[in-house]
Design a protein around this ligand. Structure first.
Ligand code: SIN
Length: 348
C-alpha cells in the first residue's frame, strides 16, 4: 500500500471510530410508559400493552444518539412485579454490561414499584456502567404523554460519561434521582418522583444532563450482594401500623413463612403495644423484624422510644418500608443475625 492510500485508510478508520455511536440496550418490563388507552383525554388505559419495538419506534430521535437494541423482559404493570422478575432482570443487566460493546442499560418500567426495582439493581448490578430506569405517568395514547421525552432524556443520561459509577438512577420529569433515595410520592402527577431525604442528584433538560451530587451509600461494584446463583428470594412481609393495631398480621406473616418482617411503624417506627409484643416474639423465634416508618421521610433511628437490642429488632434508618424490604430480602440471602443485619442497614 502506498503512503497516500495508507493515510486515506487511517483517516477513514479514525472517522468511523469518531462517528461510532454508543451501544445501549433497552430492557422493557411494561408499565404506563408502554401503556395504551382508547381516549387521549381519559385516564383509563392498560399498562404494558405496547411492545418494546413499538415503544422505541415512537421516539425516533434516540437513534441519533445511540445504537439501540430492545429486549422484552416482561409486559406487566409494575404492581405485578415479583422477586423472580427482579432476579431475571439483574442477571440480564449483568450479562449485558459485561459485554465490552454495551455502554449502558435502560429499563422501561411502571412507576408503581420502580423505586424497588431500581434499589434492587443498585445493590446487585456488578458494573460501573450507567443503568437508568425510566417510566411515564401518562400512557402513550394520552394527550401530552410524558413517556417519549422521559425516554429521550433517559438515553441522554445513559450515554453521558458523568453517569459512570453513579449507581442505578431513575429519570423522570427532567430529573435524575439516585435509586436508594427516590420514591413515588404522587399517585397521578407527572412530577410523581422525589428523593425526600436528599433531593434529586441532577437534571436532564431536552437531553442536556447536569449532575449536582451523588448517592453516598455503597452500590453496584461496592455492594456485597451477589445474586448470580440465587433462584428465589426469602419472603419478607410489610405490616402497616395504626392506632388499635393488633397481633393478627404478625401472626399471619409468621404462619405464611415470612423470614423477615418490615414494620411500617408510626412516627420514628413505633409499633402499637400489642403489635410490639407479637413482633418481639417473632424476633425471638428467629424471624428478622425491622422497624421502618410510615411517615415518608427522615430516619427510623436505633434506640429511641423502642429498645431494639432488648426486643431483638433492627432499625432501617432512612429507608422507607418498601426499600427496607428489598434490602432485608438481600441481607437474608447472607445472614439472619440481628447485629449483622443492623450493620447492613447502617451501611446501605
Ligand atoms: C405501573 O406501575 O405499571 C402502572 C403505573 C405507571 O407505570 O405509572
Amino acid at each position: 500500500m502506498n503512503a497516500w492510500k495508507k493515510t486515506a485508510v487511517l483517516a477513514l478508520m479514525s472517522a468511523s471510530v469518531l462517528m461510532a455511536k454508543p451501544q445501549v440496550t433497552i430492557l422493557a418490563t411494561g408499565g404506563t410508559i408502554a401503556g395504551s388507552g382508547e381516549s387521549s383525554v381519559k385516564s383509563s388505559y392498560s399498562a404494558g400493552a405496547v411492545t418494546v419495538d413499538k415503544l422505541l419506534a415512537a421516539v425516533p430521535a434516540i437513534n441519533d444518539l445511540a445504537t439501540i437494541k430492545g429486549e422484552q423482559i416482561s409486559s406487566i404493570g409494575s404492581q405485578e412485579m415479583t422477586g423472580k422478575v427482579w432476579l431475571k432482570l439483574a442477571k440480564r443487566v449483568n450479562e449485558l454490561l459485561a459485554q465490552k460493546e454495551t455502554e449502558a442499560v435502560i429499563i422501561t418500567h411502571g412507576t408503581d414499584t420502580m423505586e424497588e426495582t431500581a434499589f434492587f439493581l443498585n445493590l446487585t448490578v456488578k458494573s460501573q456502567k450507567p443503568v437508568v430506569l425510566v417510566g411515564a405517568m401518562r400512557s402513550g395514547s394520552s394527550m401530552s404523554a410524558d413517556g417519549p421525552m422521559n425516554l429521550y432524556n433517559a438515553v441522554n443520561v445513559a450515554i453521558n460519561k458523568a453517569s459512570t459509577n453513579k449507581g442505578v438512577v431513575i429519570v423522570m420529569n427532567d430529573e435524575i434521582h439516585a435509586a436508594r433515595e427516590a420514591t413515588k410520592l404522587n399517585t397521578t402527577a407527572v412530577n410523581a418522583f422525589a428523593s425526600p431525604n436528599t433531593g434529586k442528584i441532577g437534571t436532564v433538560y431536552y437531553g442536556k444532563v447536569e449532575y449536582f451530587t451523588q448517592s453516598v451509600r455503597p452500590h453496584t461494584l461496592a455492594s456485597e450482594f451477589d445474586i448470580s446463583k440465587i433462584e428465589e428470594l426469602p419472603r419478607v412481609d410489610i405490616l402497616y401500623a395504626h392506632p388499635d393495631d393488633t397481633d393478627v398480621l404478625v401472626n399471619a406473616a409468621l404462619q405464611a413463612g415470612a423470614k423477615g418482617i418490615i414494620h411500617a411503624g408510626m412516627g420514628n417506627g413505633n409499633p402499637f403495644p400489642l403489635t410490639q409484643n407479637a413482633l418481639e416474639k417473632a424476633a425471638k423465634s428467629g424471624v428478622v423484624v425491622a422497624r421502618s416508618s410510615r411517615v415518608g421521610s427522615g430516619s427510623t433511628t436505633q434506640e429511641a422510644e423502642v429498645d431494639d437490642k432488648k426486643l431483638g429488632f433492627v432499625a432501617t434508618e432512612s429507608l422507607n418500608p418498601q426499600k427496607a424490604r428489598v434490602l432485608l430480602m438481600l441481607a437474608l440471602t447472607k445472614t439472619s443475625d440481628r447485629e449483622a443485619i443492623q450493620k447492613i442497614f447502617s451501611t446501605y
